[in-house]
Write a protein that binds this ligand. Sequence first.
Ligand code: TRP
Length: 335
Amino acid sequence: MVKQRILTGITTTGTPHLGNYVGAIRPAIHASFDDAVESFFFLADYHALIKSSDPQRVRESSKEIAATWLALGLDTDRAVFYRQSDIPEITELTWVLNCNAAKGLLNRAHAYKAAVQANEEMGEDPDCGVSMGLFSYPVLMAADILMFNAQKIPVGRDQIQHVEMARDIAQRFNHNFAEIFTLPEAVVADDVAVLQGLDGRKMSKSYNNTIPLFLTEKQLRKSINKIKTNLLEPGEPKDADDSTVFHIWSAFASSQETSRMRGEFENGIAWGEVKKQLFELINGELAAARDRYSRIMDDPAYIESVLQHGAERAREHSEALMQKVRAAVGIGSLT
Ligand code: TRP
């Protein structure tokens, strides 16, 4: 059977929160148990350098993200799980792709354009604070993807353009040199919710409205109590569709439990009671993983050994592919 190859990366600048869990980590781990797919998941630590100049944060985030995936049950004998910087062929391929990527293509990247626009609005030089890392970010991402001939790239909406750029760059290379790269496609799952944060906007570190994934029970309860509600009293009917607490509830509950809760809203359940039940629901789903997480975080040597095992597996692919690429472009031994 020819397996479908799925690949995705996580930039190592943050601490995983419930939005990452519901929108990306949980569905990715789930999909990795499908026998029809081969999964590649990696820590995008070179991407982290674009956003962060805090070495301690990048290191800590790499550790937290790796421990999170392991605690949540990723089977690293099935999925290839590695750290981008352990695969030197990725930065090598990035250079070759840089020589094949049109500057005009990268000028159109949303992240770069947003930075330029913000500068213009402030009356600054358009490229003020824009590093070459930010500008060529999509090329590094193309190398991540094309290196492993990945077909499906699960990403958030903000990353679709980058996957399309990877496809463009691959096409151009294949046309100019040799048919080496598989053309990747972004997959944005419509069924996985974009989770709302404490204030009802999308849960995101940039809005400072997140609920971190592995809080202690006490902190989790406190954090859930901060979710925005309104002033309706116990006994007054409440609109479930307009409620962040209900929205988060439905990301964790079965469909039966979701309809039951909808009924409770109509019957005027008290906000305090909804939040208590939400805490129990989320805590029930995460308690065992939380214990594993804290044990794994205390054992960096274990995390490191898992990543090294992943790097070995990944490099079987990347070394072979890079050899083809070097040969195709005329780099290498004369004999
Ligand atoms: N740029 C992605 C993000 O910020 C992370 C990432 C890096 C990635 N390389 C990738 C995602 C390759 C998918 C495929 O979310």
